[in-house]
Design a protein around this ligand. Structure first.
Ligand code: AMP
Length: 471
C-alpha cells in the first residue's frame, strides 16, 4: 500500500468545559465515518497535557480512559490510515513539549509540500517520530523565531501548502486554522456551561455539535486562525484570500447527510444530486434502489424526480467496517457480502435503477450489480450521483492511484461492461456544481473529476515520488 498516501480524518476541539474529554469523545463518536482506524484525544488541565491514542473505533477506545483525561480543553482526532506498520505512531493528536510550551495538534487534510519541509527540517537537525506530515507543523512551530505560540503558528502556517483544517491545544488555549483554499471543512459552535460561561467547540462536521447540544455558529474562514484563551475568542486572518477550493466530495459522499458542510446542508446537495441525475440519466425501470448508506439520499432524489417507487432492496449490516478500506483485495471481495444482502421479493422480475454516490475502482459496484441480478432483477441500470472519478485526490480524501481509478483509463461503455450493468449513467460536472450551489460561485474543488488541481502540480509529483503519508 505504499502507493497510497491519502487519509481521511475528523477533528474536534473543545474550549472551556469541565468535561472537555467527554465532549471530544462524543464528537469523535459522531464523526466515526471520517476515519475508523485509530483515534486520540489530548486534554489540558492548565498545567499538564494528557493524551490517549489507540487503534480501533472511538467507542471501544475512550470510555475506560476518559477519567485519565482531565481538563477544560481538549482536541481529538479520528483517522483512517492506509499504512500497515507504524500506524499507532502515526495516530493523532501529536503532542510535544517545545520552546513554545506544551503543544498538541490534530490535522484533517494533506500538506502537499510536506516532503520538502521535512527534508529541510531534518537538515536543520529535527528528528521525526512518525511518517505523517502533521508532525512537520509542530517542528515548524518549534523552529520559529517568534516568541509566542500564536506567533510561531502564524509563521508555520504560512509555509504550508495544500489542505489543512487544524486544531491545536496549548496549556491554556485552543487555536484552530483552515488553509487559504478551504479544502476541508471546520465549523465553529458554542454551548452554555453552568454559571453562564461559554464553551467553544470546533469540529469537521456539525453532526458532532448536534450530539453534544452545541449550536453551530459559522465556519472557520479559509486563511483564518481562531484563538480561544482566557481573554476570549479572537478571529485573525493569517493569510491573504485565495481562490476557494472546498471539496465537492464532502457533499457527494464523505460527510454525513445530517451535517452542514461549507455552510450548506449535505442532505440538500445530495437529494439535488439525485434529482439532477434522474433528469440527465433517466431509466426505463420499475423501481429505484439505493446502495446503502452512501446512495440513499441521492436515490430518494432520483425516485421523487423520476416518479419511480423507492425501495430499500439492499440491507446493510452496520456492524462491519467499510469494505473500501480493507487492506487486501481478498478481504474486500468477501466484505461486500458481509455488508449487503438483497431483499429478493422486492427485486424479482423488476427493472432496477441502482443508485450509488460514486464509482472508484468498480470492483464493489460489480459485485453489487451481480448480487441484485442474482436476486432476480430483470435489468440493472446503475446511476452514479457524481461525474467519473478520473484523478486521485491530494487534499485528504482516500482515492487510489490513477491506474486503479477505472474511469481514468476506460470510457463509460467499457465501465458499464466491467460492472455488468444494463446501462450506466453518471452525473455531469455542471449538475454537480448546481447541486452544491456552486454553479455561479466557483468555490469548490473538482480535481478528482477533472484532473485540474487548484495548487502547484510540481509539489504533488514530488509528493507522489516521496510516497509521503498524510492525514
Ligand atoms: P467501487 O465499485 O469498488 O469503485 O466502490 C464504490 C463504492 O466505494 C461506493 O459505494 C462508494 O460509496 C465507496 N467509496 C467511494 N469513495 C470512497 C472513499 N474515499 N472511502 C470509502 N468509500 C468510498
Amino acid at each position: 500500500m505504499q502507493d497510497k498516501f491519502h487519509e481521511e480524518c475528523g477533528v474536534v476541539a473543545i474550549y472551556g468545559h469541565p468535561e472537555a474529554s467527554k465532549l471530544a469523545y462524543l464528537s469523535l463518536y459522531a464523526m466515526q465515518h471520517r476515519g475508523q482506524e485509530s483515534a486520540g484525544i489530548c486534554t489540558s488541565d492548565g498545567n499538564r497535557v494528557h493524551t490517549h491514542k489507540a487503534m480501533g473505533h472511538v467507542a471501544d477506545i475512550f470510555p475506560p480512559v476518559l477519567a485519565n483525561l482531565p481538563g477544560e480543553l481538549a482536541i481529538g482526532h479520528t483517522r483512517y490510515s492506509t499504512t500497515g506498520d507504524t500506524v499507532l505512531l502515526n495516530a493523532q493528536p501529536f503532542s510535544v513539549a517545545c520552546n513554545k510550551g506544551k503543544v498538541a495538534v490534530a490535522h484533517n487534510g494533506n500538506i502537499t509540500n510536506a516532503a520538502e519541509l521535512r527534508a529541510d527540517l531534518e537538515r536543520r537537525g529535527a528528528i521525526f517520530q512518525a511518517s505523517s506530515d502533521t508532525e512537520v507543523i509542530l517542528h515548524l512551530v518549534a523552529h520559529s523565531s517568534e516568541r509566542t505560540f500564536a506567533g510561531a503558528l502564524r509563521d508555520a502556517l504560512l509555509q504550508l501548502e495544500g489542505a489543512f483544517s487544524l486544531v491545536f491545544l496549548a496549556q491554556d488555549r485552543i487555536i484552530v486554522a483552515r488553509d487559504p483554499h478551504g479544502f476541508r471543512p471546520l465549523a465553529v459552535g458554542e454551548m452554555e456551561v453552568s454559571g453562564g460561561r461559554k464553551c467553544y467547540v470546533f469540529a469537521s462536521e456539525t453532526c458532532a455539535f448536534d450530539l453534544i447540544n452545541a449550536v453551530y455558529l459559522h465556519d472557520v474562514e479559509p486563511g483564518e486562525m481562531v484563538i480561544v484563551g482566557p481573554e476570549g475568542i479572537t478571529h485573525e486572518r493569517y493569510a491573504p484570500v485565495q481562490a476557494l477550493a472546498q471539496c465537492a466530495f464532502e457533499h457527494v459522499y464523505f460527510s454525513r447527510p445530517d451535517s452542514i458542510v461549507f455552510g450548506r446542508p449535505v442532505a440538500e446537495s445530495r437529494e439535488q444530486l439525485g434529482r439532477l441525475l434522474a433528469r440527465e440519466c433517466p431509466a426505463d425501470a420499475d423501481v429505484v434502489v439505493p446502495v446503502p448508506d452512501s446512495g440513499v439520499v441521492a436515490a430518494i432524489g432520483y425516485a421523487s424526480e423520476s416518479g419511480l417507487p423507492y425501495r430499500q432492496a439492499l440491507i446493510r449490516n452496520h456492524y462491519v467496517g467499510r469494505t473500501f478500506i480493507e487492506p487486501s483485495q481478498a478481504i474486500r471481495d468477501f466484505g461486500v457480502k458481509l455488508k449487503l444482502n438483497p431483499v429478493r421479493h422486492l427485486l424479482v422480475g423488476r427493472r432496477v435503477v441502482l443508485v450509488d454516490d460514486s464509482l472508484v475502482r468498480g470492483t464493489t459496484s460489480r459485485k453489487i450489480v451481480r448480487m441484485v441480478r442474482q436476486a432476480g432483477a430483470r435489468e440493472v441500470h446503475l446511476r452514479i450521483s457524481c461525474p467519473p472519478t478520473v484523478s486521485p485526490c491530494f487534499y485528504g480524501v482516500d482515492t487510489p492511484t490513477r491506474g486503479e481509478l477505472i474511469a481514468s483509463n476506460h470510457n463509460i461503455e467499457e465501465i458499464r461492461r466491467f460492472v455488468e450493468a444494463d446501462t450506466l449513467g453518471y452525473l455531469s460536472l455542471s449538475s454537480l456544481r448546481k447541486a452544491v450551489g456552486d454553479d455561479e460561485r466557483h468555490e469548490y474543488c473538482y480535481a478528482c473529476y477533472t484532473g485540474d488541481y487548484p495548487t502547484d502540480l510540481v509539489q504533488i509529483d514530488q509528493l507522489a515520488a516521496a510516497g509521503q503519508k498524510h492525514c
